[in-house]
Each structure stands twice: as C-alpha cells, then as structure tokens.
Ligand binder design. Structure first.
Ligand code: NAD
Length: 451
C-alpha cells in the first residue's frame, strides 16, 4: 500500500515544519502494516499553536468579532471541502481503527459537513443579544460571546464525528481551536487539515497538533487556553477535570460507558434484531454508549441468551473496507490485549461464554477478535462493571422490573441505555427510572441536538 506521509502540520493557518523531530507511525488495524507517518507535535509546537489561536481570538477585527454570517461563509467552504474528501476520510478511518466502511460512510464521511452546517446556521439564526427585564426595575443586556481559545482533545474510535461535535460549535460561535487528535487515527485528521486550508480560515483560527497524552496534558494546563473539551476514557477525564478544577478552567468531558439494554418479558428481539445489533455491537464494540450489559428476565433468560448468541455468531468478521463486513478488527494490539484480559477475567469469575472468546480463524493478521457473549454473568462481576470497549456482551438475569432498574443503575457510568418491549408506554415508564444521559426504546441513536 502507498504510504501516506506528511512532513508538515497545519498550524497558524499554514503547513509548518514542527520544532520537534518526532514522528507518529500509523498502522492498519486489519493488516498490522505501517500505512503512514505524521510529524508529532512537541510542546513547543503546541505552544506556538496556542499562541496563534490566542492572537487570532484577541484580534480586535478578527474571527471572534465577525458577524456569524461572515463566519458561516468560511464554514460553508469548509463543509464543501470536507464533503469532497469524505470518501477518503471514511477509508482512512476504516483502515486505521477497523470501523466497517459502511459505518464510516455514515459517521465519518458525511456527518462532519452536516454538523458544520448545522452549527453555522444555528449561530446565524440565534439572537446574539437580548434585553431581559430585571426584578428590581432595571434591565440587563445579555450578550452571547465566544469563550475564547478552546483545547479540543479527541479519541480514536469515531474520530471525525467526535472532532466535529467540538469544532463545529466552537468555530461557528467565534472561538479559535487547538485540536489534538489521537495518535492512532491521525491520517483522517490530516485530511481534515487539507479541507481547512482550502476553506481559508484566518491564520490561527484552527490548529492541529498530533500527539499523545503528554501533549494533551500540556494543552489542558496551558495558561493561554480558556476552555477544554475532552472526549475519551474516564481515567483521563478525571485527570483533566482535576487540572481544570485547580485552574478554575471551564471543561466539558464526554467519557466512558457501560450502558444497559433491558429486555422486558414482552420483547420481540427477533423483530428488532438489527436495532439491537446497532445498540450493542456497532463499530466492533468500540463506541462509548453501547449497551454492553444485557439484562434479561429469568423467565426468558435462555431464549434471550440464544438470540444474542445467534446474532453475535452470525456477524461477518473481516476486512473493514469490504462493504459486507459487519465487524472489523480492534484498533490496536494493546486494545485487543485489554479486551482479551477482560474475557479471561469473565471466565475466572464464573461467567460462561456462549460464542466467541478467541481470535477468528483464518484472520492471522490484524487485531481481530470474535464477537463474544457471556451468559450467567452476575451484576457484580468485573465484566459487568468495567468498560471493555470491544465486542463483548454480558447477559445478566433479573427477576423483577425493580431488580432490572437496580442493576441498570448499579454502575459508575450513565451514558446511554435501551429498553426492549412490545409496549412503548411501559418502556418509557421504565426508561425514566434509569440514571443515564439518554435512553432509547427498541433502538438507540445518539442524537447530537439532544442535551
Ligand atoms: P483516552 O482517554 O486514552 O484518550 C483520548 C484522547 O485523550 C487521546 O487523544 C489521548 O491522547 C488523550 N489523552 C489521554 N490521556 C490524557 C490526559 N491525561 N490529558 C490529556 N489528554 C489525554 O481514550 P481512548 O482509549 O482513546 O478512547 C476510548 C475511550 O473514549 C472510551 O472510554 C470511550 O468510552 C470514550 N469515548 C467517550 C465518548 C463520549 O462521547 N462519551 C465518545 C467516544 C469515546
């Protein structure tokens, strides 16, 4: 395969050589071959990026002071440039993290441009100022202003969609941004930089610094950053929150998950099996909101286990670039080791594997793992408590709805969730009792406009 090699980074509105001499090698998750190289930003490069973003933000006639409609013109060019590169973006993501190409086409190919247009139109339509009558007789003028220089740090699992859920609102509202992509998926970020260069952002409005966690930590604590927006693991989120707490720096954290799929005794899982797959095993199990704990009524436990086992064992595992593939490899050897460690832990704690548990036959290269289902899982087991971030489901029995609610809420997470039932009113009543950010009935979609 032709190597994708970059020698410069998109900083200060141009392609620049880095101060550091480090490089980031990028690998194919399905062949383990090196497919590209990108310069690694060092702290001096990050400092230069923050300085550029600071100057662009503080410019008295610059981006942050423009009318939203003027920013929308640049953002429209950005959206068009992203669309022109959409198919290649999807291909690169799929190569790097193993995302099945049909999913990459949805999440990574077309979604970024949709989000850019959504937020730029929202800002054009939103009143920038309003006068509110006061309770003491006067009035207040409320002015919406961009917060400043944003440090945006993203993970590798859905890299462009997550990047744009940060970039689009920040840029549309007049902020300037220093983005740190994850080293595993940096080739799609470089393509995004090409689109940004073509769109013609003023210098310093958007800067991209590829690097690892040390670089991320450097940005989080940088004195000239006004706001941090992070998506990634709970452990990293805690460390970032501590730093931001000390600095009294605004921070948005989107972290891990261990969501529950509650199957009620009247559910017809066969009729909703595609939605069930999407809610539990999408993207090779590498999505934060997936319902990886399946709660099944004791009266139908065997039947639910059999249905899920049949689903998992029927998935076509293979080359993520093949449109027929439903499950690709995991992102890295490290990630597969981690997931295999959880599978061993599940067995040692007494759970029973009904399908999977090993590496698929005939796929000797690539970080593949069989879709795996555990039955006889107790809610206290490690595999029922900790985020695995791979294609591993745990089916936990419950005796009453009360118990199902208690098990679903017995988690340090609270991101998503689903209820599966023939009676949507019953499903909604139960859903309201689950402590989670969002929840779906007989399906799950992470709707970006929901809070
Ligand atoms: P990670 O936390 O290891 O890394 C995420 C990003 O943060 C990377 O760019 C990494 O270099 C950087 N980073 C790591 N430690 C840091 C630190 N101390 N300071 C600053 N930056 C740091 O996570 P990951 O393994 O790349 O991603 C998987 C995790 O992300 C899972 O836990 C998943 O649930 C979570 N996730 C959450 C959402 C959501 O919206 N809630 C979405 C996707 C992924």
């Amino acid at each position: 395969m032709t190597q994708m090699t970059y020698n410069r980074l998109y900083l200060e509105g141009d392609w620049r050589r880095t101060a550091s001499s480090g490089t980031i090698p990028v690998y194919s998750a399905s062949t383990e071959e090196r497919i590209g190289t990108v310069p690694e930003a060092g702290t001096a490069d990050a400092d230069a990026a923050v300085q550029a973003a600071r100057e662009a933000f503080d410019d008295p006639t610059g981006w942050s002071t423009w009318d939203p409609a003027r920013r929308a013109e640049v953002l429209e060019r950005f959206a068009a440039a992203l669309e022109a590169r959409g198919a290649e973006t999807a291909r690169r993501v799929s190569l790097q993290n193993g995302m099945p190409i049909t999913l990459a086409e949805q999440f990574e190919q077309w979604f970024p441009a949709v989000v850019v247009r959504y937020y730029s139109h929202l800002m054009v339509d939103l009143a920038q100022e309003e006068t509110r009558p006061g309770m003491l007789g006067g009035s207040s003028r409320v002015i919406r202003q961009p917060v400043g220089v944003v440090a945006a740090i993203v993970p590798w699992n859905v890299p462009q969609a997550i990047t744009f859920l940060k970039l689009a609102p920040a840029l549309a509202s007049g902020c300037t941004v220093v983005l740190k992509p994850a080293p595993e998926t940096v080739l799609d970020a470089m393509l995004m930089c090409e689109a940004a260069a073509e769109a013609g952002f003023p210098a310093g409005v958007l800067n991209v610094v590829p690097g690892g966690r040390e670089l991320g930590a450097h940005l989080v604590s940088h004195p000239r950053v006004d706001k941090v927006s992070f998506t990634g693991s709970t452990a990293a989120g805690r460390a970032i929150a501590e730093t931001c707490g000390r600095l009294l720096r605004p921070v948005t954290l989107e972290l891990g998950g261990k969501s529950a799929a509650i199957v009620l005794d009247d559910a017809d899982l066969h009729a909703t099996i595609e939605s069930f797959y999407a809610a539990t095993l999408l993207n090779n199990g590498q999505i934060c909101w997936l319902c990886t704990r399946v709660l099944a009524p004791r009266s139908r436990y065997t039947e639910v286990v059999d249905t899920i086992t049949a689903l998992a064992s029927s998935l076509s595992v293979g080359d993520p670039l093949d449109p027929g593939t439903q499950m690709g490899p995991l992102v890295s050897a490290r990630q597969r080791d981690r997931v295999e460690g959880y599978i061993a832990k599940g067995l040692s704690e007494g759970a029973r594997i009904t399908t999977g548990g090993g590496r698929p036959k005939g796929l000797d290269r690539g970080w593949f793992l069989e879709p795996t289902v555990f039955a006889d899982v107790d809610a206290s087991h490690t595999i029922a408590q900790e985020e695995i971030f791979g294609p591993v489901l745990s089916v936990i029995p419950y005796s009453s709805e009360e118990e199902a609610v208690a098990i679903a809420n017995d988690s340090e997470y609270g991101l998503g969730g689903t209820v599966w039932t023939a009676d949507s009113d019953r499903g909604e009543a139960l859903a309201r009792r689950i402590s989670s950010g969002t929840i779906g009935i007989n399906a799950y979609a992470n709707e970006p406009t929901a809070p």
